[in-house]
Design a protein around this ligand. Structure first.
Ligand code: APR
Ligand code: ZN
Length: 251
């Protein structure tokens, strides 16, 4: 049996006896949907400067740089949920997963059927004009950015900012405190596809551990936090989570 299979058995055992599992995801859970991660192989931060394309200062200096980046991150991929998203939604339907806490802004967990999703870094669902405060749905903007940099239809401004958390901005406090509550009350905290380098999101596994939860990480690459986890599985989230759900279905 390859070492991952033994570890998958251990995860199945932990999930089967869990009363309240929380799943915490990062960009790695969407890589199999065609959305590049930020770090590791093919990471966006090797090709883009986060200060320029993902910070509030960079956005105010040059919103066009963000929209070029957004085109690659979200539009070109026409991303759909992958096996990992569907497996996590299935674990919720099985009554095991009570909440998904995600750092992702791609809304793929909801598209896959997860109903309780805490988006720590917001999402692309709404885009606001910073000048006249007109609010747009993502679909209206998505149509435009194939051809041009979107402008506000009411006032012509280029300062159309999606409701995502840029570097230099605070996380939505209500979402963050709900996520901390979940980390406190869960008995299993499962990280999927995150390098655990960006705070305060990366603090959540520590809160779960302080509250005696069992910690699982499923990530392609090792992280600096692996040693705090009870089970560490390195590999692709889609295949691994599918195996876990299959085994849970067969008692
Ligand atoms: N399956 C599982 N893990 C994967 C896969 C895969 N198919 N592909 C990549 N990974 C792993 C990588 O090994 C990497 O460690 O996913 C992790 C993604 O890490 P990051 O790109 O750093 O993403 P994330 O942890 O979500 O970053 C947090 O940083 O730039 C900010 O706001 C941005 O929300 C983001 C935050
Ligand atoms: Zn406007």
């Amino acid at each position: 049996m390859d070492s991952n299979n033994n570890k998958i058995e251990k995860v199945v055992e932990l999930l089967r006896s869990s009363k309240h599992t929380v799943v915490f995801t990062g960009a790695g859970v969407s890589v199999e949907s065609g959305i590049p991660p930020f770090r590791g192989a093919g990471g966006l931060w090797e090709r883009y400067d986060p200060e320029e394309v993902a910070s509030i200062y960079g956005f105010k200096r040059n919103p066009k740089a963000f929209w070029e980046f957004a085109k690659e991150l979200l539009v070109k991929t026409k991303a759909e949920p992958n096996k990992a998203h569907y497996a996590i939604a299935e674990l919720e339907k099985m009554g095991i997963v009570k909440a998904v806490i995600t750092q992702n802004i791609d809304m793929l967990h909801q598209k896959a059927g997860s109903s309780r999703v805490l988006e720590l870094h917001g999402s692309m669902e709404y885009v606001d004009c910073l000048d006249c405060h007109t609010a747009y749905k993502w679909e209206e903007i998505e149509k435009k950015i194939e051809k041009e940099i979107p402008r506000c239809e009411s006032c012509g401004s280029y300062y159309l900012k999606p409701r995502v958390v840029f570097f230099g901005e605070a996380l939505p406090s209500d979402v963050l405190s709900e996520a901390m509550d979940e980390a406190r009350k869960c008995d299993v905290f499962m990280v999927v596809g995150s390098s655990l380098v960006v705070y305060p999101a990366a603090h959540l596994p520590f809160i779960a551990k302080e509250n005696e939860a069992k910690l699982i990480i499923i990530n392609y690459d090792p992280t600096d936090r692996d040693e705090m986890f009870d089970v560490v599985i390195h590999g692709k989230a889609g295949d691994i989570l599918l195996k876990i759900v299959e085994k849970l279905k067969h008692v």
